[in-house]
Design a protein around this ligand. Structure first.
Ligand SMILES: *[C@@H]1O[C@H](CO)[C@@H](O)[C@H](O)[C@H]1NC(C)=O
Ligand SMILES: *[C@@H]1O[C@H](CO)[C@@H](O)[C@H](O)[C@H]1NC(C)=O
Ligand SMILES: *[C@@H]1O[C@H](CO)[C@@H](O)[C@H](O)[C@H]1NC(C)=O
Ligand SMILES: *[C@@H]1O[C@H](CO)[C@@H](O)[C@H](O)[C@H]1NC(C)=O
Ligand SMILES: *[C@@H]1O[C@H](CO)[C@@H](O)[C@H](O)[C@H]1NC(C)=O
Length: 343
C-alpha cells in the first residue's frame, strides 16, 4: 500500500511542472513532494523494520520454547522442528521429530517391520521411496527427495503429519544407496538422521523368498494379482506352495556376494547413529521392538502388524532341489543356513 502512495506522489511531481507554471510554484511543489517523499519513506522503512524484527523475535521465542521441551542436550543434532511447506504442524509444532532411514535388502522383513513401526501413532515410515528410479538418478535428486521427506512434505498412507515424532522410509541397498554412500553419510550426519539396519541372518531363506517373489511377479498366484506381502494364512499357503529350484553353480557365489554387500553397508554407514536389527531376532523376540522405540526416543507402544509370514517351517519344504543344496552347503561356512529351521 505504501508503495502505491509513493508512485502516486511521484506521478504528481511529473505532471504539475510539465504545465507552464512559474518557477515559484514549481519550487513549492518540489519541496512539498520531497517532504512528502521523505515522510512516506520513513514510514515505509519503519514498518518493514518493525515487521522483520517482530517476526525474528517470534521465531526465536518459538525455537527457544521448543528447545525447552528437550532435556537431553546430547541429543540436540537429532532433534528437529520441521516447518512443512504444505501444512502447519499446529499444536504439535513443538513436538520434536527424529529422522530415520531403514537400510535393508529386499525380502528381509522390512515391509513387515515398517507396518509395525507405522502402527505407532507418532511414526511415519513412508515406504520404499527410492524404488522410483528418477528419485535416485543423481545425488541432487536424492537430496531433494530426502529434504522433502524429512520436512514432512512427503505424503503417503503412512503420513501422520502434525504429531509425527519420527519420520523416515526404507531404503534398499541396491537403490542408489551404495553408489552414493559418501554424500548420503554426509547428509545423514549433518541432518542428524538415525540409521536402522535391518538384515536377515539366514541368507538362504532370503534367497528362497527372492526367487518365489520374482516367480509370483509373472505367475500371480493369488487370483491374478502379484503380492509381495500377505495378510492371511490361506494366501501365505498359496504363495509358499511354489518351491523354487536354486541354481547350484551360483549358490555359494551369491551367498558370498550378499554377505559382502551387508558388510560394506555396515562399514560405509558406521559413522552414523545407528542400530543393527536382524529379522529373525524381531520374529523371535518382541522386546527388540522396545529397543527400536528407545532408539527413536518414542513413547513406548504395543506395535502390531497384520502381515502373515509366507515361508514357514523347515527350509527343506520350500526348496525343490533341497537334497542337492543340502549336499552342496555341508561343510561350508554356510552350513548353518540349513539348520535354522524356523525362520
Ligand atoms: C538429476 O536427475 C533429475 C531427474 O531425476 C534431472 O531432472 C536433473 O536434471 C538431474 N541433474 C543432473 C545434475 O544431472
Ligand atoms: C503423538 O501423537 C499424539 C496425537 O496423535 C500427540 O497427542 C502426541 O503429543 C504425540 N507424541 C509425540 C511424542 O509427538
Ligand atoms: C480368489 O477368489 C475366490 C473366488 O472369487 C475367493 O474365494 C478367494 O478368497 C480369492 N483368493 C484370494 C487369495 O484373493
Ligand atoms: C546358474 O548359474 C550359472 C553361473 O552363474 C549360470 O551360468 C547359469 O546360467 C545359471 N543357470 C540357470 C538355470 O539360471
Ligand atoms: C530379547 O531382546 C531383549 C532386548 O534386546 C534382550 O535383552 C533379551 O535378552 C532378548 N531375549 C532373548 C530370549 O533373546
Amino acid at each position: 500500500m505504501a508503495e502505491a502512495i509513493c508512485v502516486f506522489t511521484k506521478g504528481s511531481i511529473i505532471i504539475k511542472p510539465s504545465k507552464k507554471s512559474p518557477n515559484l510554484l514549481r519550487m513549492i511543489v518540489l519541496v512539498f513532494a520531497m517532504v512528502c517523499g521523505v515522510y512516506i519513506c520513513s514510514v515505509c522503512l519503519n514498518q518493514t523494520k518493525f515487521g522483520t524484527s517482530s517476526k525474528l523475535l517470534n521465531v526465536q521465542i518459538n525455537q527457544r520454547h521448543c528447545h525447552d521441551h528437550e532435556v537431553d542436550q546430547s541429543q540436540t543434532p537429532h532433534v528437529h522442528y520441521p516447518k512443512p511447506e504444505t501444512f502447519s504442524r499446529a499444536e504439535c509444532a513443538c513436538n520434536p521429530v527424529r529422522y530415520f532411514a531403514i537400510l535393508s535388502m529386499q525380502r528381509s522383513g522390512s515391509g513387515w517391520f515398517e507396518t509395525l513401526l507405522n502402527s505407532h501413532t507418532n511414526v511415519s515410515s513412508n515406504g520404499e521411496i527410492f524404488a522410483v528410479k528418477e528419485r535416485r538418478n543423481n545425488v541432487t535428486s536424492i537430496m531433494t527427495t530426502l529434504d522433502r521427506v524429512y520436512n514432512l512434505d512427503w505424503f503417503t498412507s503412512a503420513s501422520k503429519n502434525q504429531c509425527s515424532a519420527a519420520v523416515g522410509f526404507k531404503w534398499m541397498l541396491n537403490q542408489g544407496l551404495m553408489e552414493n554412500h559418501k554424500e548420503i553419510v554426509e547428509y545423514f550426519n549433518s541432518r542428524g538422521v538415525s540409521v536402522i539396519f535391518l538384515f536377515r541372518r539366514n541368507l538362504l531363506r532370503r534367497m528362497v523368498s527372492v526367487l518365489a517373489n520374482s516367480f509370483d511377479q509373472y505367475a500371480k498366484l493369488l487370483n491374478g494379482t502379484h503380492k509381495s506381502h500377505v495378510h492371511s494364512v490361506e494366501e501365505a499357503d498359496t504363495l509358499s506352495r511354489y518351491k523354487p529350484v536354486i541354481n547350484l553353480s551360483s549358490l555359494v557365489t551369491e551367498l558370498k556376494q550378499m554377505e559382502k554387500t551387508v558388510l560394506e553397508a555396515l562399514e560405509y554407514f558406521s559413522s552414523t547413529r545407528h542400530i543393527i536389527l536382524y529379522y529373525e531376532d524381531l520374529v523371535k523376540n518382541r522386546t527388540k521392538l522396545v529397543d527400536v522405540q528407545d532408539f527413536l526416543r518414542l513413547p513406548q507402544m504395543e506395535l502390531t502388524s497384520r502381515q502373515v509370514k509366507i515361508h514357514k517351517g523347515p527350509l527343506s519344504e520350500h526348496i525343490k532341489n533341497w537334497d542337492d543344496i543340502n549336499k552342496a552347503l555341508r561343510g561350508t561356512m554356510y552350513e548353518k543356513f540349513l539348520h535354522y529351521n524356523d525362520y
